[in-house]
Design a protein around this ligand. Structure first.
Ligand code: SF4
Length: 248
């Protein structure tokens, strides 16, 4: 088994079709919403890529990288980009969320995936931890990056999770917003420092929590201070609506 956090192999090429390492795809057979950020509440399809380059203690998708607890042979498959595009195109839903794990580990395969999705009439939100600068080929009309830098309070060393050059690439791209998970007022102070230091705007704050009770309680702790900073606040709709069930 691969050790937790180890960066995996790059996307493989089978014939002419790039393949991506996928944890799960959902939203076609059982419809759902984007649960976070500016598109919260919009119908959405999800393509979740396996593998991550961080090992956050409070990660809620450890089945994408924590091979001390999960079996990568059970939790991931290699799928051709053409299959993924065909799957998404079978639904009338316009928004496709590419998430992880950390999708930009497999950036070489993301370029044809995003091109295929856009050609099928979709728009794409790519969710990333902001540690890997985006390929310019991904910075195109119809694509937005939801960048979520992970703070120390999330159980990760900021020496690994905060990569100034990558964050500044997103900030200057014109195609990114910065969505921070926060659990305390101290987290908001840290977000302000990072935003000021690296030009991270617009800022979105999302209360941490994997239960409705936790999300509600943390929202009440943070909401006034987020409003006072003129930032954006998002909930976690999938937690409130579907109890954080996998595949919703
Ligand atoms: S960056 Fe995201 S997917 Fe990776 S370990 Fe942290 S929370 Fe989990």
């Amino acid at each position: 088994m691969t050790a937790p956090g180890l960066v995996p192999e790059a996307p493989t090429v089978g014939g002419t079709d790039v393949r991506l390492i996928i944890a799960e795809c959902f939203g076609v057979e059982t419809p759902t919403f984007q649960g976070e950020g500016p598109s919260c509440g919009h119908p959405a399809l999800f393509i979740r890529l396996s593998r991550c380059n961080l090992t956050c203690a409070r990660c809620d998708t450890k089945y994408t990288w924590d091979w001390s607890r999960f079996d990568p042979r059970q939790e991931s498959t290699k799928r051709p980009v053409t299959d993924l595009v065909t799957w998404a195109a079978s639904s009338p839903v316009e928004l496709v969320v590419v998430t992880g794990g950390e999708p930009l580990i497999q950036q070489r395969g993301l370029v044809p995936l995003v091109r295929g999705l856009l050609a099928a009439g979709k728009r794409v939100e790519c969710e990333t931890n902001g540690t890997i600068a985006p390929d310019p080929a991904l910075l195109v009309e119809g694509v937005r990056f939801n960048v979520s830098p992970k703070l120390a309070g999330f159980g990760v060393e900021e020496g690994k999770s905060i990569v100034p050059s990558a964050l500044e690439s997103f900030a200057s791209s014109g195609r990114a917003l910065f969505k921070f998970v926060a659990s305390s007022l101290a987290d908001l102070d840290r977000i302000a420092e990072l935003s000021d230091a690296h030009g991270l705007t617009p800022v979105w704050v999302m209360p941490e929590g994997t239960t409705a009770e936790a999300v509600t309680a943390t929202t009440r702790v943070l909401a006034g201070a987020v409003a006072a900073r003129r930032w954006h606040l998002t909930t976690r709709l999938h937690v409130l609506a579907f109890a954080d069930a996998r595949g919703r």
